[in-house]
Design a protein. Structure first.
Lengths: 114, 110
């Protein structure tokens, strides 16, 4: 139990579907992140939110749409994805100013696009 | 930009010591992290270095040389459960997020 909970853990979706990934953190942090992990590639930063405001967007395609309604919750809305988007999507949180901004990951959501 | 290099794979024997190296290039360096990731699981935090020197935490130690852009993670008394990927990551001034290397997959053999 890391204090960061992601649902669903596994998701299979068609290219025309709309689905959402959910993340909730119980650590009292005020920054949240989405990372993508594909096979044999480094973790790729997608989005950063600080106090519910998006502060970083790493050239992510518009078919990925983040939402941060409050400092404890983060969503990733998925629409018309491609098979190459199949990956592990990791949510993380941190409290900037503590231990160099150590980030804590959730268990991840395994996404398969068919 | 940022660049992080670490070996892709390493193999070691149970009970031995292994050193996993990481070199990095970044402007405004503000800290280096090591994470452990077992297959199919989330990365978990191991260590954080911001000043030169060695930080020891039980069987794991992490070293940093800022002038050389170099770090290593030292694992002592290896156990089978230490088989995992080890991720090196750096943070820089003005960026909240960490930038990760590709990870080193360590296999511990009996």
């Amino acid at each position: 139990e890391t204090g960061v909970t992601q649902t669903p853990r596994h998701l299979v979706m068609g290219m025309t579907n709309k689905k959402s990934l959910k993340c909730e953190q119980h650590l009292g942090h005020n920054a949240m992140y989405w990372y993508k992990q594909s096979a044999k590639k480094p973790l790729e930063l997608m989005f950063v939110y600080s106090l519910e405001e998006r502060v970083e967007n790493n050239s992510v395609p518009s078919r990925f749409s983040p939402e941060c309604p409050n400092s404890s919750h983060l969503f990733l809305h998925l629409h018309t994805l491609q098979p190459e988007d199949s990956a592990l999507y990791l949510c993380a949180s941190s409290q900037p100013g503590t231990s160099g901004n150590t980030i804590y990951f959730g268990e991840g959501s395994w996404l398969t696009v068919v | 930009g940022q660049n992080i290099d670490q070996p892709t794979e390493m193999t070691a024997t149970e009970g031995a010591i292994v050193q996993i190296n990481c070199t990095y290039q970044t402007s405004g360096f503000n800290g280096l992290f090591w994470y452990q990731q077992h297959a199919g699981e989330a990365p978990t935090f191991l260590s954080y270095n911001v000043l030169d020197g060695l930080e020891e935490k039980g069987r794991f130690s992490s070293f940093l040389s800022r002038s050389k852009g170099y770090s290593y993670l030292l694992l002592k008394e290896l156990q089978m459960k230490d088989s995992a990927s080890y991720l090196c990551a750096v943070t820089s001034t003005g960026r909240r997020a960490l930038t990760f290397g590709s990870g080193t997959r360590l296999q511990v053999q009996p």
